[in-house]
Design a protein around this ligand. Structure first.
Ligand code: DC
Length: 209
């Protein structure tokens, strides 16, 4: 059975939590597509000693290994910005396209989260959900995730980081972050995790019938 759940939306809206819960509920595979860009971005920064060379980034994206995705430094703000930068490069997106498309249509069902899953990677996805939340709520949530590892962090810094990344992700020419016309909009600003997850699961269940 092929069944794709495409979950898109801006940074820190809750896509990952919702996607993992949906995958677990229905026994689907789960791909966090942001990790592909984060791993590419971090390696490109390392190779260029802080400056990303697009030609190098393309090669890195095309040759990512599982060990690159398992690195424990992919969740930092630095990795997020590097990811957003390489994600604006058409060659990098092209290098990552086929892997994601095959993943989306694998047997047994798949959940993918990202920015362009419902619009570019898998426009034929059976379920598309676009997860959002207000800038302030997203910054607050991300701050709580990051502050332990970085005690001098402030919510304002996180808010700025999210804004810069969202603006770049939405404004780029190639596969910009955007809700598919047929996506269900899920604003999690006033929802608990449980409520948001339940709404997503209910949407998937109704399409599975
Ligand atoms: O989902 P995330 O925050 O881990 O993503 C990191 C960056 O990667 C994000 O700012 C934009 C980019 N990205 C993308 O362009 N397309 C995707 N499908 C997933 C992520």
């Amino acid at each position: 059975m092929k069944f794709t759940v495409a979950i898109d939306g801006p940074a820190a809206a809750g896509k990952g939590t919702i996607s993992r819960a949906v995958a677990e509920e229905f026994g689907f595979a789960y791909l966090d597509s942001g990790l592909l860009y984060r791993a590419t971005g971090v390696k490109a920064l390392e190779d260029g000693r802080g400056v990303i060379d697009p030609a190098n980034a393309e090669g890195l994206a095309a040759n990512l290994l599982q060990t690159d995705l398992d690195r424990n430094d992919l969740r930092t703000a630095l990795a997020g910005q590097a990811a957003s930068k390489v994600a604006a490069m058409p060659e990098v997106r092209a290098a990552l396209l086929e892997f994601q498309q095959n993943y989306a249509r694998r047997d047994g069902g798949a959940v993918l989260d990202g920015r362009d899953i419902g619009t570019v990677i898998c426009p034929e996805a059976e379920v598309k959900i676009y997860v959002t939340a207000s800038n302030e709520i997203r910054a607050e949530r991300r701050y709580k995730e990051l502050v332990q590892a970085k005690p001098d962090l402030t919510v304002t810094q996180v808010l700025n980081d999210i804004r810069v990344r969202d603006d770049r992700d939405a404004a780029r020419d190639v596969s910009p972050m955007r809700a598919a016309d047929d996506a269900l909009l899920l604003d999690t600003s006033k929802l608990s995790i449980g409520e948001a997850v339940l709404q997503a699961i209910t949407a998937v269940r109704s399409c599975l019938k």
